[in-house]
Structures are given as C-alpha cells and as structure tokens.
Design a protein around this ligand. Sequence first.
Ligand code: DP6
Length: 420
Amino acid sequence: MAQFQATASAPVNIACIKYWGKRDTKLILPTNSSLSVTLDQDHLRSTTTSRADPSFEKDRLWLNGKEEDIKDGGRMATCIAEMKRLRKQEVEDKQPNEPQVVSLFFVTYLTLKLTSCPKLSSYHVHIASYNNFPTAAGLASSASGFAALVSSLAQLYALPVSPSTLSLIARQGSGSACRSLYGGFVAWEQGTRPDGQDSLAVQIAPQSHWPDMHALICVVSDDKKGTSSTSGMQRTVETSALLQHRIAHVVPQRMAAISAAIKSRDFDAFAKVTMADSNQFHAVALDTEPPIFYMNDVSRAIIALIVEYNRVSMEKGLGRRAAYTYDAGPNAVIYTLKENVKEIVELVVKYFPQRDGFKDVFGLFGEAGVQGKVVEGFNEAVAKEFEAGAVKGLIHTKIGDGPRALGAEESLLGEDGFPK
Ligand code: DP6
C-alpha cells in the first residue's frame, strides 16, 4: 500500500525588529510588526517527518526522540488541525465528486481518482522532529520547529499554497515561527483583521540579495531558568507604558528604515536600527512589572565590545560594521558582513577564551587559528577579560534559504511509522 509521508527542514530566524506583545493570545496576533534574518539551515535547522495513515489511532509527535503530549486546543493541535482543514479545503473538496452510478467503464477511473487524492485529512498523523542544535545551547527552537512541522505537512498534503499562507498557520504555533517560512530578510506584518488572516510573513529580500550577511552566535552560559517569551510578553502588554509608545511611535518608523537599509545594502543603517531595537526590547522587558532581565554581565560586555568596535570603524569613516541583538535570553547574535567576521571572532575570543576552540566552518583561519586580539585603536578597557566558559560556544553562520523538501532517505520515521 502507498505510504503518505514527507520530510522537510526549516531554518532558525533572529529578529532585528523584535516581536514582543500579543493583541490576541489564541490566534497569536502581535501588537507590532517585526523583521528578521533567516539563518542557514546547513548549520541550524529543525527537520520534521509527517506521515498520515488510516491505521494510526491518534495524532502523535516525537521531539528529538521523546514523545510530546499534543494537548487539546494547544498550539501543536491547532497547527495540525489547521493543516488538515487546508488539505480538505484546497485539495480534497476540489476533486470532482465520486460518480453515483459506477458503471464498469468507470471502475478504473474511480480507483485512480481515489489513489491520487486520498482523504488524508481524515487520517491521523505521526510526526517526528529533530533539532540539529542542542537545546542546551539556549537557542529558540520553536520558530524552526513549527516552521518545519507546517512545511512537512504542506508537502504531505500537496497543498498548492504560498509560504505566506503557511505562515498564517505556523504563527499559531509560535509567533516568530511564521518568519521561518521564508529565507533571506522576512517581515511579519502585524495585520489589522480580528481573524488574523492578514497577520503573515512576507519576504523583504531573498538571501541572494545580500549573501555576505553573516551571523556570529555567542552562546552565553545561563544556569537559571528565565521567563518564557510567551508569559514575559503578556506581562509587558499588561504593565508597560513604554510598550505603548514603542508600538505607536517607534516600530513603524523602524520597519520602514530597516527595509530601506536592506534594499540598499546599507549595513551602517541596518546595524543602527537593529541595535536600537534590541535595546528597546530589553527596555520594555525592564519596564514590565515585575521587571524582566534577559541580559547578564556577559551580554552587556559583548555590547561594550561591539560599541567600541563600531566607534573605531566610524572614526575610520567605515560606518558601523557589526550589530548585536538579543532575544529573551543572554545569548548574543552579532550580524556583520563576511569581510569583518575574522576581526570580530578575534575580538570576542580575546575577552571570552574558548574552551573548545572556534569551529571554523567557513575556513577563515589558517593553521595558526584564532589568536584573540583587538583591532588597532580599540580601547581595551571597555570590558574585562572573562574566564574561559563565560561564552561557552561560538556559532558562525550566515543568511540562508527557506524550508526545504527532503528526500525519503532523510526520513525520521521508520517503516512502522515510529521514530527511527
Ligand atoms: C524575543 O515567538 O517565542 O524572540 O509567540 O509566544 O511563541 P510566542 O513567542 P515567541 O517570541 C519571540 C520573541 C523574541 C523576538 C522575536 O523573535 O521577534
């Protein structure tokens, strides 16, 4: 019997203009638009296999080999139900009705029709998902995870719809996930409709527009459990007056400014807006009652290094050449152009010695490896040198493409429909 199965991978994205606040917590509709860079799946990705089968007794999902509970009315259940609804609406309901009187002549035709368009929306699914980056790295996996889930189901269901339409569904899994349906530079337009049908992702520019956009992720040690994005942003909506100012008077201008900077490949302008928006996101977190702190001393030292690096660069008339940004945790993501990555790695390693060395995936450093040094004119007193392990890892990656359809050899489900 035919097997109905598909495997897809999806990327991580890191926002330059942050999403923080919902106007509808069930549909996940944001209080402001946001914009992100999609990172390369060759380095960071979620892979998901979905299978539909009439013998399955219920929908089941395994994440990194461990079964997760699909709660009724929860985000996972909503995404799966929405995808089944789309399958029915866009594929099954558009097939011609089955003939009422089946003449001999029609028998072959009918059989063919049934196998080419089985009612997959009525079957339960088994889903296995895997992140190639350790959860311990503190990187948000919900964005790539929900994007991969939706992409694999879209492939399984042969849905003739755009990534923007799929983003409407991924959004209901985790807001930031909607931006992982595209590669390159992606905006999530907040929309105005109460039903959320205009709150979706659009591509501002593909990765090919600015392929030299690179990212260095500084994985900062974090022992204590922080406030989740979901609950943190809700508290901010309820208590922060600064958030209202941000929504009305800051984000709209910044969305326009950063889109223009991307279109004209103006890194200085891109960096200025990105850092300002990271700062304001952490300011509204601090303005929350009780206050939320996501950055720590290490995060702040990295800011000091990038500020000083940019001061030197601007003094030379080169403009800003690096941009830091922080999500709901202490990890730094530093955006820079390919030509500056070496200098920035040297700088970070000088202040944050690496226990396991630097994984030079782009082959930037020769035999000598990373020395740990600053650029000429750099004021070394802007930060102290930390003990090895304060930054426990550096991940060098770059801008990347959107979700990929993978072959059967990449399947995460075995013949029996259970994780391999
Ligand atoms: C700081 O998308 O994780 O990373 O919609 O509740 O799942 P939920 O929140 P989530 O929030 C991401 C917040 C952020 C900023 C951003 O990615 O835009």
